[in-house]
Structure formats: structure tokens, C-alpha cells
Write a protein that binds this ligand. Structure first.
Ligand SMILES: Nc1ncnc2c1ncn2[C@@H]1O[C@H](COP(=O)(O)OP(=O)(O)O)[C@@H](O)[C@H]1O
Ligand SMILES: [Mg+2]
Length: 271
């Protein structure tokens, strides 16, 4: 693709999205071959620059630029804590009219969040070990805010949490993201129409006992649904995300019947 067709493609893309095109922004993308990955309701969009092997998340509006800035800070915070060190943030540009972050392509696989818990269980354990390395030692901690299997890469050597768009939210109890991940692993398959099997139940109880052993807040352990719903509504950044896309946070989507089923499992994990 020559640079002219590239520029017209970006222009089309932005115009279709009814976005203003700042001049400097186009200059930044000039001469790059890219694929549009997706455009979002939450004000940010993503392109993959093929030759550079880089993902660029960008925005041309105020709210989106703030999100990009928060995500950049989130990745920096996370990178500092990762052992062995893993650095995937290449570049952050924040201007008044646009902003973007470039991340190196992360290797590994994403596990499908709508697959049954019994299939994803070993990966959830891997994610737990990684979580501990990053977050352990702090009673109140910054959070990822949307830690589901959709935002984790697994490879033989490492686990990577990415997509830190809610890093601007307030500090929360240790375990916030971990319980959220475990809960998502039993709920997201039900939102895709799957039933919870006996085996899934056993694995869920095992996961919930991990949270108990980790001594995470009783509020989260005993009644996670009320906890997440009130916490998300109370937090400015999370609530903003919820208002923009009501489907973003699964605790709001769950059917009453499933909620009762899971609450029973939680009770038996606590006993
Ligand atoms: N650095 C990266 N390496 C590999 N894949 C990426 C990278 N950044 C984004 N992606 C891909 O693009 C998808 C969307 O990116 P993400 O940051 O999760 O944004 P969102 O979930 O807000 O759309 C990811 O699920 C992943 O498949
Ligand atoms: Mg994501």
C-alpha cells in the first residue's frame, strides 16, 4: 500500500467514525502498512502496523485520550513489577487533539473466555500465580479493572496481562482483579448459552478456596455480585466505562438463576 492509499484509508476510517482528523496525527501514521483491528464505542481504536509488528491504540477525542494516558500509566506500572522483566510498551504520545500508545506484539495465545471453566482451569491457575507476583504485598492496590481471559496472553514462558484501560480507577482491595477473573470464568460461558456442569462447579469451588487462602476481603468472597456492582458504580472511571458500554462488565449481565447457582457454590466453598 502506498502512503497515499494509506492516508485515505485512515481518513475514511476516521470520517466514518465521525471523528475529527488532527493534522499531526496523520503525519504520525504516514508510510506505515496497517490493518484496522477495531473501532470502539469507548472512544479508542486499534490498528496493527504490519511491518513494525506493533499495535497502535489511538483516540482523537478527550475521553479517549484520557483512557490512552491511563492505559500507558497502567502498562508502565505493570512492567515495573513484572519478573522477569517484560516490556511491551514502545511509545506513548499524548497531545491535546489526539493520543496513542504503541505496544509490541505480545506472543502467546488467548484462551477463549466463553469456553467452560473446566477447560480454562489450568490457565486460570497460571494467571493466579502471575497475579500474586504482580500484586502481592499491598492491601489496597491499583487495579486492571477488566481482567478476564480476553485480556491475558499465555505462553510457555510467561503470562501477560494487557489492556489496562481502567488503570485510572481508584485503589481497591488486594484480590479485586483475581476474584473478578475467576468469576468471569464461570459466568462468561453462561452468557454464551452454556450450562454449568458438575465438573465446572468443582473447579469453581477450588478457585474460590484459593481466594479464601489468599485472605482477600470477605466482602468480595461472600457476596461478589453486590460487591462488584456497587464498587463499579461508585468508581468514577469504572462507572464511566459502564455507562458508555453497558455490556462491558459481566456482573451487570448475569441472570438471577445463574447468580443463585453461583452463590450456592460460594457458600459451599466457604464452609
Ligand atoms: N500488543 C499486542 N499484542 C498482541 N495482540 C494485541 C496487542 N494489543 C492488542 N492486541 C489484540 O487486539 C485485541 C484488542 O486489544 P485490547 O487492548 O484488548 O483492546 P480492547 O479490548 O479495549 O478492544 C486484543 O484482544 C488482542 O487480540
Ligand atoms: Mg481487551
Amino acid at each position: 500500500m502506498n502512503s497515499q492509499s494509506f492516508l485515505s484509508k485512515v481518513k475514511d476510517f476516521l470520517i466514518n467514525d465521525k471523528k475529527e482528523i488532527p493534522r499531526g496525527f496523520l503525519k504520525n501514521l504516514k508510510n506505515k502498512k496497517f490493518q484496522i483491528i477495531k473501532t470502539h464505542k469507548n472512544n479508542t481504536s486499534l490498528v496493527y502496523m504490519i511491518k513494525e509488528d506493533i499495535f497502535r491504540k489511538f483516540s482523537t477525542n478527550k475521553l479517549g485520550i484520557k483512557k490512552i494516558k491511563d492505559e500507558s500509566q497502567g502498562i508502565k506500572w505493570y512492567q515495573k513489577k513484572s519478573r522477569p522483566p517484560f516490556h511491551f510498551l514502545k511509545k506513548t504520545v499524548i497531545k491535546s487533539k489526539y493520543g496513542f500508545i504503541d505496544t509490541k506484539k505480545i506472543s502467546g495465545v488467548k484462551k477463549k473466555s466463553w469456553r467452560p471453566l473446566r477447560e480454562n482451569y489450568p490457565f486460570l491457575l497460571q494467571a493466579f500465580r502471575h497475579y500474586k507476583k504482580i500484586f502481592k504485598g499491598e492491601k489496597k492496590t491499583k487495579i486492571h479493572g477488566d481482567l478476564t481471559l480476553d485480556n491475558i496472553f499465555f505462553s510457555r514462558k510467561k503470562v501477560v496481562f494487557f489492556d489496562w484501560e481502567f488503570f485510572g480507577s481508584n485503589k481497591k482491595h488486594y484480590g479485586y482483579d483475581l476474584a473478578y477473573l475467576f468469576l468471569s470464568a464461570i459466568i462468561l460461558p453462561t452468557l454464551a448459552g452454556k450450562k454449568i456442569s458438575k465438573e465446572d462447579e468443582i473447579y469453581f469451588i477450588k478457585l474460590w478456596r484459593i481466594l479464601i487462602n489468599e485472605k482477600i476481603s470477605k466482602k468480595i468472597i461472600k457476596d461478589p455480585f453486590s460487591f462488584y456492582i456497587t464498587t463499579i458504580k461508585k468508581d468514577k472511571v469504572l462507572n464511566e466505562g459502564y455507562k458508555i458500554s453497558k455490556k462491558k462488565f459481566f456482573p451487570f449481565l448475569i441472570q438471577k438463576k445463574i447468580k443463585n447457582e453461583i452463590n450456592k457454590l460460594i457458600k459451599s466453598a466457604i464452609c
